[in-house]
Design a protein around this ligand. Structure first.
Ligand SMILES: [Zn+2]
Length: 267
């Protein structure tokens, strides 16, 4: 599932490719992929994108028609820019037509992905409760400590909670906890302020590195030009047999999802 670095990579790709080209049309090829708010402002298209925004794992394109496209890739959604006539390609659920033969295909094998069209002023109606952006100053040690104070759940599960911090998923949470030297099953309220600061600093570090490597392609993730990301080559525990120090990695299940950690490096 695309996490913050993958979504950010797609957003940057869109910005570069769409740039100032107007979006002329949005076609839905699969029932349920495109959702229209009842209050959308007409005419919807043609409209240029006036702001490219990301909140957590959501891409938000603000249009000059005062509407927005809120795109959630979910499990397997991909946005692919093309200048070729290939919308017959399997799994294309929607397409955005730009000028000439340029278009952005929304490809989604599992069909959980969505494109919501709504007035800009109603964007928040379509977003869940999202905590601060992890790369912003609002995400700091004191903030995290205050959020963990009353939680006895394992730290891994709490970091996956999008209302605590937006955009983290299974892969990056495990990488962060490895770098911070904290076991994923550690009770959240047992972590000191210093440990919280360490989690915060490693979160910013891992996410920044992953963005600079265009995200992680373990299974489906592709950049807008259909190329894979490169951060999978830099993972230290996720789906690994040994940690960088050569210790055997342990694999456990937490809330139904696989966790990987080093029982020696992580306390
Ligand atoms: Zn180790």
């Amino acid at each position: 599932m695309p996490e913050l670095p993958e979504v950010e990579t797609v957003l940057r790709g869109l910005k570069q490719r769409i740039n100032h080209m107007p979006i002329c049309q949005l076609d839905s090829l699969y029932n349920g992929t495109v959702i229209y708010d009842i209050d959308i402002i007409q005419p919807l298209f043609p409209a240029r994108v006036i702001k490219y925004e990301r909140r957590g794992k959501y891409i938000i394109l603000h249009l000059e028609s005062k509407n927005a496209l809120i795109i959630h890739l979910r499990m397997t959604g991909k946005l692919i820019y093309t200048e070729e006539d290939n919308e017959d390609a399997k799994h294309v659920r929607a397409l955005l037509s730009l000028t000439g033969c340029s278009r952005v295909l929304f490809n989604d094998i599992r069909t959980f992905g969505k494109i919501i069209v709504a007035p800009i002023k109603k964007i928040n109606d379509y977003l869940p409760e999202l905590g601060p952006e992890p790369l912003s100053e609002d995400f700091n040690g004191e903030y995290l400590k205050s959020k963990l104070q009353k939680k006895t759940a394992p730290i891994k599960n709490v970091l996956l909670d999008q209302s605590v911090v937006a955009g983290l998923g299974n892969i990056y949470v495990l990488e962060v906890l490895y770098r911070a030297g904290i076991k994923p099953q550690t009770k959240s309220n047992s972590l000191s302020l210093n440990k919280c600061k360490s989690i915060v600093n490693h979160t910013k570090e891992v996410l920044s590195e992953a963005i600079s490597k265009n995200g992680t392609s373990i299974s489906d993730f592709r950049q807008i030009d259909d190329k894979t990301g490169e951060f999978q080559d830099f993972l230290q525990v996720y789906q690994k047999e040994t940690c960088p120090q050569g210790h055997a990695i342990k694999r456990i299940k937490q809330a139904g999802r696989s966790s990987f950690y080093c029982p020696v490096c992580q306390k």
